[in-house]
Design a protein around this ligand. Structure first.
Ligand code: SIN
Length: 384
């Protein structure tokens, strides 16, 4: 089998998908990008997701348009600061929300008058399902979507979704710092997306209104999940139906009974009040919610070199702080959730965990062809 680098170059990990159409080509300007995506939003979240999948193949073509736009946006010519719009979907109090704000403060302090960072939290600007398309269209310069959002650009990123692949945050970090983990940051370059860093949130907890101790307890329920073919398959295996919805819609979906339960990290659960909507939380820790901080590659490479290297240095420091904070917050937000609402937290015994593991892990086989054996092996090897 060819090495990861060769396959990266040959595009084997990319979703080549649908070719650009004339209609899509007409929207590659910042001003029209937002209204274009907003009209897609009116068609519903799934339409936007489908559009994202279609644009997986288009984005590389738009990188050239992004280059021209990047040149326009640079300081120097007009003397105006370079504007970096950083869009994300979570609360300002979560690790990602705090990280985006820290990045803004530090970048503006280190590059006074040269860089202005505008942070758009809580999907004010775009949902995660929309943001990579918006980035390709030149309406956002930075984002940090959950790993699940990259599937349409590279199937390799699904490694982070495999249930029980990563047994701890340290394991995730060892893989991210391996050769292959670092190469993954460049896997979407052909589509104009540059990965800059990995940010953590935490291990996923599942919730419903009844205790989910073993897989059979969940049979027949409907869960909101992120848009992941792996999550869908893993839950199908235990007779749980899944509904992918944007993160901002999760509390309402539970409140109105549209879904019975969900899975997320403690900081997302606490910050959106999910601990007040579901009664029982099982610390399954079957997968890790993390992010790739990404930018439009043409924009980034078009920055003046001193600006780019300063931003990279700021991001490196912020990443260390976000990841340390995420570990602490996973514990403190769990404790706060327990203190504020009458919830039960189920900690499965080793035998009960085995039952979940045995139910979920057969999906590895279904997806190893898409992810690539070399990446699977590297993730397993990072375990110790
Ligand atoms: C996020 O943490 O960015 C969102 C995760 C989710 O959609 O559940």
């Amino acid at each position: 089998m060819a090495g990861a680098q060769e396959r990266l170059k040959s595009g084997v990990y990319m979703e080549t998908g649908v070719r650009p159409t004339a209609a899509f080509g007409a929207v590659a300007t910042s001003s029209s990008a937002r209204s274009f995506l907003m009209s897609c939003r009116n068609l519903g979240a799934m339409a936007v997701l489908a559009l994202g999948l279609a644009l997986g193949g288009l984005i590389g073509g738009l990188a050239a348009a992004g280059g021209a736009w990047a040149a326009d946006n640079q300081a120097g010519g007009s003397g105006e600061p370079i504007v970096i719009r950083f869009s994300h979907v979570v609360d300002e109090s979560t690790p990602k929300g705090i990280g985006a704000q820290l990045f803004k403060e530090r970048a503006e302090a280190r590059l006074p008058g040269r860089v202005k960072v505008e942070v758009y939290p809580r999907a004010q600007r775009y949902t995660d399902e929309e943001v990579l398309v918006a980035m390709a269209l030149g309406d956002v310069e930075m984002a940090a979507p959950s790993f699940t959002q990259f599937r349409s650009f590279t199937r390799a990123m699904q490694i982070f979704e495999l249930p029980f692949m990563f047994d701890s945050v340290d394991h995730v970090h060892r893989f991210q710092n391996s050769d292959i983990g670092r190469q993954l940051l460049d896997f979407m370059l052909p589509q104009g997306i540059q990965g800059l860093a990995y940010w953590d949130n935490g291990m996923r907890v599942i919730s419903a209104n009844k205790p989910l101790v073993v897989p059979d307890d969940a049979a027949g329920l409907l869960f909101r999940t992120e848009p992941s073919a792996i999550f869908q398959e893993q839950y199908n295996r235990i007779d749980v139906a899944t509904l992918p919805l944007p993160f901002r819609d999760v509390p309402d979906a539970i409140r109105t009974g549209l879904v019975d339960g969900q899975e997320n990290s403690w900081s997302n659960i606490y910050s959106r009040g999910i601990h007040k909507l579901n009664r029982s939380f099982t610390e399954l820790d079957h997968s890790f919610l993390g992010y790739m901080v990404v930018t439009n590659a043409a924009f980034w490479s078009g920055l003046p070199e001193d600006v780019r290297t300063t931003l990279e240095s700021v991001l490196k420091d912020v990443t260390t702080e976000v990841n340390a904070l995420a570990q602490r917050q996973a514990q403190t937000d769990r404790d706060k959730a327990l203190g504020e609402a009458s919830i039960t937290i189920v900690t499965p015994t080793p035998e009960q965990l085995d039952a979940w593991r045995n139910a979920f892990t057969p999906v590895w086989q279904d997806f190893e062809g898409q992810i690539g054996q070399e990446i699977m092996d590297a993730a397993v090897a990072a375990r110790h």
